[in-house]
Design a protein. Structure first.
Length: 165
């Protein structure tokens, strides 16, 4: 395939390109003409700026066929990245990503300084209770009066029969 050469396409190519783009997008999404390339073999590509807010640096691209004795026709329309366009990272096959992940999970790759000896809580206890909240152990209630009132309530519950009476 011959190499593309920058050319100044006739206004009729830009008009045809804009008409073709209107079939896939709205008029307000199409910006000013942004150049053209002769792709060889009777194909010219015309570019338009895009006014879409999420696509800085992108441009509308329309490839136009010129066949002797026939009116020009649009071959394809698309939104393509220009210089400085925000692009996604290169695609990495799943098998490669999985191999990298598996290698990172193998034993022996751990840093020696990552000892888990500091599992103790801030109070020096090696046992955590479900009642520990911000270093306060609700199991160690300073008030014995509350414990007795809880026992009294439980005694009342024991006096009831199976029907709850």
């Amino acid at each position: 395939m011959p190499e593309a050469v920058a050319v100044t396409a006739p206004q009729s190519d830009f008009d045809l390109g804009r008409t073709a783009l209107l079939e896939i997008t709205t008029a307000d999404a199409i910006g000013a003409p942004a150049g053209s390339l002769d792709q060889g073999e009777g194909v010219t590509t015309v570019y338009f700026e895009t006014n879409l807010s999420g696509y800085p640096g992108w441009r509308w691209t329309v490839s136009i066929a010129h066949v002797d004795g026939q009116p020009a026709s649009a071959l394809e329309t698309e939104l393509t990245p220009g210089d400085g366009a925000l692009l996604s990272p290169a695609w990495v096959p799943w098998v490669d990503r999985l191999a990298e992940y598996t290698a990172s999970q193998e034993p022996g790759d751990e840093d020696e300084s990552d000892d888990d000896d500091d599992d103790d809580d801030d109070l020096g206890s090696d046992v955590l209770h479900s009642g520990d909240v911000d270093g306060v152990d609700i199991d160690d209630d300073e008030s014995d009066d509350d414990d007795e009132s809880d026992e009294d309530e439980s005694d009342e519950d024991d006096d009831r029969d199976e029907d709850g009476r």
